[in-house]
Design a protein around this ligand. Structure first.
Ligand code: MG
Length: 333
């Protein structure tokens, strides 16, 4: 059994063996093991739910793979609501002929990422489609978490006078995927920042509090995500260009390829917007965690240019950072 066969998605004996052998071994827990039609879980109070589909190409890349990414991406969206991610569901669409070794590597990585993130996979589904009807493997995950604060952070809550922070360098994931896909190598290797942010967010909420907005700048990068927030909150956002952390290898790679790191995806970073008076405390909490070691205050929320994001250059000039038009890089996550 060295390749995925159409039979494995049939729901019959072959697919039972396949599921038991592979998925339960890496993702199993007492809830999943009940094998009923749906998982039953208990939660109290406000619950955050998010779903995302992962089609990244290539499925293995420096710093991660489609399995760990499918956990991190969804866990992070749940965490951005000020919630503790607890449960995941996962749906796999597999292309006939996918090497079993690749599938096992992906599922093992998913299991490891879920354990580290403190979430349990409580429901799942596997389908196999004929060769060519999908590309290797697509994964959908849905995450459920317990909201920890009231009011919860939201893109609608940025206020004039708030500080804007990021938890680290921008553009790492996007450039890692693009350079792997193109077979490019740079002087220093670029790795995806793919990581689960639930723990970091919880520390921030407990130690600092009053967090108005949390959001992970994934597709479209920092610039697009901040434009969304400016629009939702009806405020302007002003950034100090030289305060925005960008890894030198990412900056160098972007210069070669003509890309702007502020529009490239991150998968292990968050934007945090909170009252200016709390900015230094938040910065200290972020920097104390390895996942926030490169955190910085990058700007502020202003009353001018509502719904827009402006970048103040080192020479004092100002230019607007628009939203990303269309897809800069397809299949980045
Ligand atoms: Mg998000």
């Amino acid at each position: 059994m060295d390749k995925v066969l159409l039979d494995y998605g049939s729901g019959g004996r072959a697919s039972h063996r396949f599921v038991n052998d592979l998925f339960f071994r890496h993702l199993g827990n007492d809830i999943l093991a009940r094998m009923d039609d749906a998982a039953v879980v208990s939660l109290r109070g406000a619950v955050a739910v998010s779903t995302d589909s992962f089609v990244v190409d290539p499925i293995f890349f420096p710093g991660g793979d489609i399995g760990s990414l499918a956990v991190h991406g969804t866990v992070n969206d749940v965490a951005m609501m000020g919630a503790r991610p607890l449960f995941l569901t996962c749906g796999f669409i597999l292309e006939e002929g996918l090497p079993m070794d690749d599938l096992e590597r992906v599922v093992a990585s998913m299991g490891e990422a879920a354990r580290r993130a403190g979430v349990r996979v409580v429901a799942g589904d596997t389908k196999v489609v004929p060769r060519g009807a999908a590309d290797k493997i697509f994964i959908n995950t849905t995450g459920v978490g317990q909201v920890l604060v009231d009011p919860a952070p939201s893109g609608h809550r940025a206020e004039v006078g708030d500080a804007v922070l990021v938890s680290g360098t921008m553009g790492d994931h996007g450039l890692a995927i693009l350079s792997t896909r193109q077979g490019l190598s740079f002087d220093s290797p670029v790795r995806s920042d793919s990581a689960a942010l639930g723990g970091l967010v919880e520390k921030l909420l407990a130690a600092v509090g009053d967090v108005h907005v949390l959001r992970d700048p994934t597709r479209g990068g920092l610039a697009t995500t901040l434009n969304e927030i400016a629009g939702q909150s009806g405020v302007g956002i002003e950034l100090t260009e030289q305060a925005i952390p960008v890894d030198p290898a990412v900056a160098g790679g972007c210069a070669v390829l003509g890309l702007d790191p502020l529009y490239l995806a991150n998968e292990g970073k968050c934007i945090c917007i909170l009252p200016e008076a709390k900015a230094q405390a938040a910065l200290a909490v972020l920097r104390a965690d390895p996942l926030g070691a490169g955190a910085a205050v990058i700007g502020r929320v202003v009353a001018q240019h509502q719904g827009k994001v402006a970048l103040v250059t080192p020479l004092g000039g100002k230019r607007l950072l628009g939203m990303l038009e269309g897809e800069q890089l397809p299949r980045i996550c």
